[in-house]
Ligand binder design. Structure first.
Ligand SMILES: Nc1ncnc2c1ncn2[C@@H]1O[C@H](COP(=O)(O)OP(=O)(O)O)[C@@H](O)[C@H]1O
Ligand SMILES: [Mg+2]
Length: 143
């Protein structure tokens, strides 16, 4: 972990952390998101699962040796949580896969993100980066 600047949080609240593109980095992303959402009083639930899937993808599919990935969490006006995961593989952009066959161990991550998020997408650039993002409304009509 190189940098954490939640203490500099302006308005609206946001949290940014840069992590190594390793399984450990992905695990840290999930744990730090859990802690930050708890600090903000946001129910973690699906939001943390989205962070876990996007971080896992960043270190598996978006990894460039020696380059970190970045997790950002932002509370938008109206209580929407925006999750952003930026990696260094701007040349590979994920698309929603066909539904995974039952029992498949892979190819579920983005389906889960699409199911849990109100909106999600990919912002390309600035080169060589891209950002996969998702917006959720924690607690609204969910358990
Ligand atoms: N951050 C990423 N960078 C590049 N490709 C990605 C990224 N995230 C997902 N993908 C592509 O989208 C596919 C579907 O992702 P996902 O649903 O999480 O399935 P899985 O990770 O199990 O393959 C991946 O197999 C990969 O080809
Ligand atoms: Mg995945």
């Amino acid at each position: 972990m190189q940098k954490m600047d939640s203490s500099l949080a302006p308005n609206p609240p946001h949290f940014v952390v840069q992590l190594s593109a390793t399984r450990r980095g992905a695990r840290l992303a999930r744990l730090l998101a859990e802690r930050q959402l708890d600090d903000w009083g946001v129910p973690p639930g699906e939001a943390v699962q989205i962070v876990a899937e996007l971080a896992a993808n960043a270190v598996l599919h978006g990894r460039v040796p020696g380059r970190d990935f970045r997790l950002a969490l932002r509370m938008l006006p109206g209580g929407t949580l925006r999750i952003e995961v930026t990696d260094a593989r701007g040349d590979r952009v994920p698309r929603l896969p066909d539904p995974a066959p039952e029992g498949a161990e892979t190819g579920r991550g983005l389906c889960l993100v699409a199911a849990y998020a109100d909106r999600w997408g990919v912002d390309e650039g600035p080169a060589p980066a891209k950002t996969v993002w998702a917006e959720v409304s924690p607690g609204r009509g969910r358990t």
